[in-house]
Design a protein around this ligand. Structure first.
Ligand code: ACO
Length: 325
């Protein structure tokens, strides 16, 4: 029987790599510290002239091709990003024009690192309701523009990239359950202080580096483990499954220690956790999008497998999607 599922997947990673060794020349850090504390070896840096939409376009084109569709077949584009090309128009509108998806509506969502998961859940509602047939969901981020390259506690963590999927009616790769949530009381833990209506851009905000992301790393760490495990458990239970029946957990790639703690909390062995953090660092909403596309491309998922995508991010937002491959 047909129900909402994943029709196609794609991703784009900039070619330029920034290794931990390169970072040693920029801030007071070491490859050893970054590897042991985060699990990150290198991250990708988008070309200067590339914005979130340019990376999103590449990921979108490969997902559309993978689904065997044409841009005109797309009914809706949802872009998850915290690094939009500009405040408005939405990055989704810019991508719609660039790929020639002339029949689609388009809008952005901001759920930070959980954005791609929230995007899939949103897309499913439109497909289930019968309003739209093919929804393109993109997670695209140029995080390296938001980091203060003199702050060693954050600049080592992030990278650039984009991933995309098409959600539509399908006999395979069906979305069997989901859960999304938020704890707004944690909104101060991870934020970009200036440039919005609260603190508009002034010479002062630029001088005080308020256009770079700020993070209470330790607090975020503790909450991340709890909310990711909770979100995944809720979605898995809603699907009528047990954690032990999950074949592959694809988590937001924030920190290897967070991911291992989540695995432990869920009683999952390490080999059931998909990891690419070593190569890309944290790409915010693009992390789960790229990880899902790579897990599929690397044949880490077999037909009939149960896959759980799980993420957390600024907000604090959190969510999980269970897919039967
Ligand atoms: N190199 C060397 N030393 C460093 C570095 C670095 N890059 N960064 C911090 N340190 C130092 C600190 O200054 C501190 O030194 P001190 O003891 O002399 O004061 C020491 O290392 C320990 O610092 P902690 O902050 O306690 O280190 P911790 O083990 O907590 O790791 C980290 C920091 C990696 C940021 C961790 O807290 C973390 O991963 N937190 C979660 C981050 C995360 O997942 N963010 C999600 C963002 S996604 C989104 O929604 C946009």
């Amino acid at each position: 029987m047909e129900s909402s599922g994943i029709l196609g997947l794609g991703c784009y990673l900039p070619a330029k790599k920034l290794t931990n060794k390169d970072l040693e020349k920029i801030v007071d850090t070491s490859d050893e510290w970054i590897m042991t504390r985060t699990g990150i070896k290198e991250r990708r840096i988008a070309p200067k002239e590339f914005a979130a939409s340019d990376m999103g376009v590449e990921a979108a084109k490969s997902a559309i091709k993978d689904a065997g569709l044409k841009p005109e077949d797309i009914d809706l584009i949802i872009v998850a990003t915290v690094t939009a090309d500009m405040a408005f128009p939405s990055t989704a509108c810019i991508i719609q024009d660039k790929i020639g998806a002339i029949n689609s509506a388009a809008f952005d969502i901001n759920a930070a690192c959980s954005g791609f998961v929230f995007g899939i859940v949103t897309a499913k509602q439109f497909v289930d309701s019968g309003l739209y047939k093919n929804v393109l969901v993109i997670g695209t981020e140029k995080m390296t523009n938001l980091v203060d390259w003199t702050d060693r506690s954050t600049c080592v963590l992030f990278g650039d990239g984009a991933g995309a999927c098409i959600v539509g009616k399908s006999k395979a790769r069906q979305i069997v359950s989901y859960f999304i949530g938020c704890d707004g009381s944690g909104s101060n833990l991870l934020r970009l202080p200036a440039g919005g209506s609260r603190t508009p851009t002034t010479e002062e905000t630029v001088k005080n580096k308020l256009h770079f992301l700020k993070m209470e790393g330790n607090e975020v760490f503790k909450l991340a483990v709890k909310v990711m495990a909770d979100a995944a458990n809720k979605a898995i239970t809603k699907a009528g499954l047990l954690c032990s029946e999950i074949n592959l957990l694809i988590p937001h790639q924030a920190n290897i220690r967070i991911l291992m703690a989540v695995a432990k909390k869920m009683g999952l062995p390490e080999e059931k956790i998909f990891l690419n953090i070593e190569k890309y660092g944290n790409m915010s909403s693009a992390s789960t999008a790229v990880a899902l596309a790579e897990a599929n491309r690397e044949q880490r998922i077999k037909k009939g497998d149960i896959v759980a995508l799980v993420a957390f991010g600024s907000g604090l937002t959190y969510g999980a999607v269970v897919i039967k491959w």
